[in-house]
Design a protein around this ligand. Structure first.
Ligand SMILES: Cc1ncc(C[n+]2csc(CCOP(=O)(O)OP(=O)(O)O)c2C)c(N)n1
Ligand SMILES: [Mg+2]
Length: 479
């Protein structure tokens, strides 16, 4: 019985292999068996696995297992080896050489740049000149971001707001990418990309209102500072749990595809640390499989709070992860605003015209502390920070370039900085003086009708504030 089973199974498997072999080679008109299987053999597509992507894995493995062959079948077997096998995703050739893919290539993926550290153009013909108007606007926006960061950071240090995060050192990724996009593109930010919102017209007053959590804050004071969001600017509200924005962004990109919208894409930002979250991998895979128009921009700034990238991953950064998911990818110098602009423009073009995702890894550096709750000198050398702040400064590099073009000079620079400084101070003063949102707002916007426990909490909070009015001065007016 055992012998019969073995012989029968060998026979069945051999037939199976043979029929698969024929089907795999179905376009070769001379194969009589192919004609037997399908009379229109010569016009049938050679792709065997279409529509049955996952069910044939086992059969495919069995087909190449030598234990199922007898010695007289060796020649056939060699032929089969040489043919390779059609497998979901394309033909895979066999090899008799057992070799593991190396964990890294000898050379690191190069980094695209347009400007060198002295603001000189080093790019080839792939670079497209930008207009004076655009270049000066980009520079002005980078200064605005820097000045806003300085004053809001100080406001936190003075105890006027509870928390803040700067984008110091990452101004070029912020503004270079924002300038390359259309306002219809939908942004899913991580949190260190306020420059994108600034570029789209979110005012300094709106930034300050959010950080002070006042009545004019769109989040009604219910979020920590820097959790901006604006429907008007196609900028999804920042959410603290890292990487949650990625699968959401892919869903939004899929909806663009379903709506056949061919003039916009989704742009999802993330940090290097974000790529260690499961949501990064789920998002990348879904984007690739569903072929959605999305540009993933990873700001690889060297650190995820106190975790250096060397403790984050062993791969050559983030860019190499793209091809593993079947995503076109590129590495760019994130401190070169011109290079970021060029790359994001091209990436956006691919995402929309090919309806496919693109991954961009921008190499930059977080010059500031992670947030106002952090002291980065505790875990990284000051020399490292100084190097990136001085020698690799993205604003200094861009400024040198626009000065060489005769579009900027010292006088213009100090005038711009002074004007922006006054605007930021004014915005902070107005935001600070404005009333806080009504306490009632704390319990709205989640349920249509507040649940019993929410009602109890509201009553309890009111009683507490009435008992201790000095501890809650900002809220007593709305009781
Ligand atoms: C799911 C989740 N885990 C952990 C945290 C705590 N956390 C906040 S920021 C951060 C580091 C993120 O680093 P990175 O993505 O590189 O962004 P960067 O701050 O460098 O811009 C961590 C771990 C969080 N907010 N959410
Ligand atoms: Mg980081």
């Amino acid at each position: 019985m055992a012998l019969w089973l073995r012989r029968s199974s060998k026979h069945i498997i051999k037939n199976l292999m043979y029929s698969n072999y024929c089907r795999n080679n179905i376009t070769t008109k001379t194969t009589t068996a192919a004609s037997f299987l399908n009379e229109k053999a010569d016009v049938v597509s050679p792709v065997f696995f279409v529509g049955r992507r996952f069910e044939s894995t086992k059969a495919a493995e069995m087909r190449i297992d030598p234990q199922f062959y007898s010695s007289e079948e060796d020649e056939d077997h060699d032929d089969l080896l040489n043919q390779g096998m059609d497998f979901p995703g394309g033909k895979v050739m066999f090899t008799s050489e057992m070799s593991f893919i190396s964990e890294h290539s000898d050379k690191r993926i190069p980094c695209y740049r347009v400007l060198n550290d002295h603001g000189e153009i080093v790019s080839d013909e792939s670079y497209q000149q930008v207009s004076r108007e655009l270049a000066t606007r980009m520079h002005n926006s980078m200064i605005t971001l820097q000045v806003m960061d300085t004053f809001l950071y100080e406001a936190q240090r003075q105890g006027r707001i509870s928390f803040y995060m700067t984008s110091n050192g990452e101004e070029a990724v912020n503004i270079g990418s924002a300038a390359a996009l259309s306002y219809d593109d939908i942004i899913f930010p991580q949190y260190r990309e306020p420059g994108v919102l600034l570029w789209r017209g979110f005012t300094l007053q709106e930034f300050a209102n959010q950080c002070f959590g006042n009545r004019a804050d769109y989040g009604k004071g219910r979020q920590m500072p820097i959790h901006y969001g604006s429907k008007r600017h196609n900028f999804f509200t920042i959410s603290s749990p890292i990487a949650t924005q990625l699968p959401q962004a892919v869903g939004a990109a899929y909806s663009l595809k379903m709506d056949n919208k061919k003039d916009a894409c989704v742009v999802a930002f993330m940090g290097d640390g974000c790529t260690s979250e499961g949501d990064f991998h789920a998002g990348m895979n879904f984007a690739a499989v569903m072929e959605v128009p999305i540009v993933f921009i990873c700001r690889n700034n060297g650190w995820a709070i106190s975790t250096p990238v060397s403790d984050q991953f062993r791969s050559d950064g983030v860019v190499v992860k793209g091809p593993a998911y079947g995503i076109q990818s590129i590495r760019v110098d994130g401190n070169d605003a011109l290079a970021v602009y060029q790359v994001i423009r091209a990436a956006r073009n691919i995402a929309i015209s090919e309806q496919k995702p693109v991954l961009v890894e921008a190499l930059t550096y977080r010059v500031g502390h992670h947030s106002t709750s952090d002291d980065s000198t505790k875990y990284r050398p000051i020399d490292e920070i100084t190097h990136w702040k001085m020698a690799k400064n993205p604003l200094a590099r861009f400024r040198q370039w626009i000065e060489k073009n005769g579009w900027w000079d010292e006088e213009r620079d100090s005038e711009a900085r002074n004007t922006i400084k006054q605007e930021v101070i004014q915005a902070i003063q107005v935001a600070e003086r404005m009333e806080k949102p009504s306490l009632l707002e704390l319990f709205t916007d989640v349920y249509d009708k507040p649940t019993n426990d929410l009602q109890e909490q509201e009553t309890s909070l009111r009683e507490t504030i009435q008992r201790h009015p000095k501890d809650y001065p900002a809220f007593t007016y709305s009781l």
